[in-house]
Design a binder for this molecule. Structure first.
Ligand SMILES: [Zn+2]
Length: 344
């Protein structure tokens, strides 16, 4: 809660900064706590954002349960964040004050080889919100001004926050070189599979989702599993399952591209990859991880223009204080996208 929130001038100097905020903190792997923390102060070239909505991502749960390659502790999680700019660090253009913003969760250097090749998500000094620095499971979060994208007036916060999962899908489909008219097989009918399907439709491709859970199938009109003669130009595995990887490889068309979108737990490994099949059918394996800033811009554009419909994929709106209930819904696969509200 804000107690006597201090004033700030547009040059970014902050006075009487003596307020606390509610936040979710992971101090050790395996648990999280609801805590009161001081509202962070934006450093030079950063802004302070009053969080309106944070999306719950499966990665947030993985991060709490078993940690993550990119995680440092203690940490406030959440990389899907939108809100209102309420204070500015030194050197930030005053025009940002009170803007509604989407936060691209990465901070890339812009100078290393991956950055120069347009793969900011693979920056050698990548810093990810919710992993290397604090994220949006809090009333306030600081973010570099360079990571902000202004939300168009036509787009509300709830839809805008889904630009993050959508932008990861855009990165994956770009890497797969999915073209209009091509077929796309999606293994896994959770939120990621659903957003992949919507992105593919917007690109003029024909997506089919495969999902064993009947509740999820009914939400998405998905199929249970691929038929023996199904063959896809692009297959995406959006579920951390070795079985899905094996099945998707068996349903790849000649010159098909299999996108490794979902990671596997360290204890799971593929039994074998038939490299001769890849050779004779000129098929490719394509890794995809996260997204670049430009994917965030495109996702936000497509959502606000209605090119991609996301409203029906938001299944639950829950106060952040009930994060445990939200996580339970994800574990039991009883939801699509869950949005969390720090102040409700
Ligand atoms: Zn870089």
């Amino acid at each position: 809660m804000v107690k006597g929130f201090g004033s700030s001038n547009t040059a970014g100097t902050l006075f009487f900064w003596e307020s606390d905020m509610k936040a979710v903190l992971v101090e050790r792997i395996g648990s999280f706590e609801h805590v009161e923390l001081p509202i962070p102060e934006p450093a030079s070239a950063e802004v302070l954002i009053h969080v309106a909505v944070a999306g719950l991502c499966r990665t947030d749960i993985k991060l709490i349960d078993v940690g993550h390659r990119d995680l440092t502790l203690p940490r406030i999680p959440a990389e899907e964040v939108v809100g209102n700019v309420t204070a500015l660090g030194a050197g930030v253009d005053p025009a940002w004050l009170n803007k509604r913003v989407y936060v691209y969760p990465g901070t890339s250097c812009g100078a290393c080889r991956p950055c120069r090749q347009g793969a900011g998500n693979l920056c050698r000094s990548m810093q990810i919100m919710g992993f290397h620095r604090d994220g949006g499971f809090a009333e306030y979060v600081c973010a570099p001004v360079d990571s902000l994208i202004e939300i168009p007036n036509a787009c509300d916060y709830d839809r805008a926050v889904t630009a993050e999962p959508l932008s990861c899908c855009l990165n994956a489909l770009e890497l797969a070189q999915l073209k209009a008219g091509e077929s796309l097989g999606i293994w896994g009918g959770g939120p990621a599979g659903a957003f992949l399907s919507r992105a593919a439709l917007a690109m003029g491709a024909s997506p089919t989702i495969f999902e064993p859970n009947p509740h999820r199938r009914s939400m998405l009109g998905a199929a249970e599993r691929a038929q023996p003669d199904d063959a896809f130009d692009v297959a995406v595995v959006a579920v951390g399952s070795t079985e899905a990887y094996h099945e998707s490889m068996a349903h790849l068309a000649p010159r098909g591209r299999l996108v490794l979108f979902s990671g596997l737990s360290p204890t799971e490994t593929l039994q074998s990859v038939d490299f001769n099949a890849l050779h004779y059918h000129e098929q490719s394996l394509v890794g995809a991880y996260g997204c670049s800033y430009r994917h965030g811009e495109q996702a936000l554009n497509w959502i606000s223009s209605g090119t991609v419909q996301v409203d029906d994929l938001i299944s639950h709106r829950i106060p952040l204080s009930q994060l445990d209930q939200a996580i339970k819904l994800v574990r039991e696969q009883q939801c699509m996208k869950i949005l969390l509200y720090p102040e409700s």
